[in-house]
Design a protein around this ligand. Structure first.
Ligand code: EPZ
Length: 417
């Protein structure tokens, strides 16, 4: 098993190019299934969640071709409707294929997307809108079976914002003749991006980017070429890698307009930045202020996917900070390894009370999920001595060349195979 080895104490300095967005690419790949044709995705990140989704599409009958960051999907011969257990269990986001397979094949079987280390991850909101669209759903022996003669248009207000449920509803509505109105939709950039892709493919959608979407489905779709936008969470992670090492990092191709809440926190801690012809130039040498209180929220609030990496940074800032995790129930898993590295963090329900210190020490720690794994690498970059992070496969699910990029910024980081 390989592991990451980090020798801390170096301020990161230099440029990093931000990858395409994992959470934008996955729903767009699912949407390609709706069209009996060819879809070409540019700036598609080379990460294992995307390659897993490629394998799932191939198991359904699609052909995929990867040339660098260009992924071509040939979905002319989709004959399957069952998402293989191996992938469905590992990748919760495969549930997003329900909407598009129902639209394409009128039926779908997916492994019940289990909870993961960050929480229960139910899919009741997905199933509720499917039932309103005339879709029969049954759970049998850990599998979700859904089928319908014809998807029915509907009007639906989500009880609260769910990115995945919104995306699944959009995909089912895109395939159904008639007018579907969705209210209280998630407004994450990835949802807007899915609408932009579907509109380019020929689906009529009004309200793109807002929480109220009107979708006229059933139109003829066409071959489409589309560029995946940059990953806002990857950008925030490299920003905070500069912050935790008090370095100076320039981010190229960062989606700056989607980073507002992250940059606000960065400035609160003492970070400085400016934009210079498409680059985000950051200077973390004055990072020293704790964040008395912050809560994770749906977009455009501070993203839950940035919570763990922020915790690592605040563990190195003297003073008391509080982070309230409002989206997932179990997203404080890195508190224990950070405390073993010398941090002083207390969990009280949904709150993490961080008493920052300047002396983290290298430790042998275990990544348990994607964003927590990245946060442990950042902690290793700031710690005295060597930190070994096991299970780097979690990090490769969402970050392309994570260790190579950090090494290019001056981090002393290797992957021991
Ligand atoms: C998406 O997950 C992202 N994943 C997550 O990123 C991200 O953390 C999350 O949105 C929130 O922004 C992808 O886009 C592939 P939700 P998703 O449905 O769609 C509850 C990462 O690290 N809920 O918006 O699963 C749910 O339990 C990943 O890249 C229900 O109760 O998130 C959570 O508490 C992690 N019932 C809240 O809603 C449902 O039917 C928000 O979840 C669905 C969700």
């Amino acid at each position: 098993m390989d592991r990451i080895r980090v020798e801390g104490g170096r301020a990161l300095c230099g440029s990093v190019y931000i990858q395409g967005s994992k959470n934008a690419a996955l729903p767009v790949m699912a949407a390609a299934v709706l069209h009996r044709g060819i879809t070409v995705l540019k700036n598609c990140p080379c990460i294992t969640d995307v390659s897993d989704m490629e394998r799932i599409l191939e198991s359904l009958g699609a052909r995929t071709m990867r040339r660098g960051h260009v992924l071509t999907l040939d979905c002319r011969d989709i004959h399957g409707f069952c998402v293989p257990l191996e992938y469905g269990r590992r990748m919760r986001s495969s549930v997003i294929l329900m909407g598009s397979l129902l639209g394409r094949r009128g039926k779908v079987t997916v492994p019940y997307p289990g909870g993961c280390t960050i929480g229960r991850r139910p899919v009741d909101l997905h199933l509720k809108i499917f039932k309103k669209m005339g879709i029969y759903v049954e759970e049998r022996r850990g599998m979700l079976h859904a089928s319908c003669r014809e998807i029915q248009p509907t009007e639906h207000r989500f009880p609260f914002c769910s990115v995945g449920a919104t995306e699944n509803a959009i995909l089912a509505a895109a395939a159904c003749k008639g007018r579907t109105v969705l209210k209280n939709c998630a407004v994450e950039p990835e949802v807007k991006n899915l609408c932009l892709f579907l509109k380019k493919m020929g689906v009529k959608i009004q309200g793109t980017g807002t929480d109220c979407l009107v979708i006229e489905g059933g139109s003829q779709l066409k071959d489409t070429e589309f560029t995946i936008p940059s990953d806002r969470i990857a950008a925030g992670t490299y920003l905070f890698a500069g912050a935790i090492t008090r370095g100076r990092v320039t981010l190229h191709r960062a989606p700056v307009e989607e980073l507002t809440s992250i940059l606000q926190v960065y400035e609160k801690m003492g970070g400085q930045y400016y934009r210079n012809s498409g680059k985000l130039v950051t200077d973390s040498r004055r990072i020293r202020y704790p964040v008395p209180y912050l809560e994770t929220e749906a977009y455009p609030g501070f993203p839950t996917d940035m919570q763990s990496v922020l915790m690592s940074v605040l563990a190195t800032v003297k003073g008391d900070s509080v982070i309230r995790e409002q989206i997932f129930e179990e997203r404080f898993k890195i508190v224990s390894p950070l405390n073993r590295m010398g941090a002083r963090i207390l969990v009280d329900g949904r709150d993490a009370l961080i008493h920052g210190t300047s002396a983290l020490k290298g430790q042998h720690v275990f990544a348990e999920e994607l964003r927590g794994g990245a946060a442990l690498v950042l902690a290793g970059l700031a710690a005295d001595g060597v930190t070994v992070i096991e299970n780097p496969h979690f990090i490769r699910r969402g970050y392309e060349n994570f260790c190579e990029n950090l090494a290019a910024l001056g981090g002393k980081i290797t992957v021991d195979r």
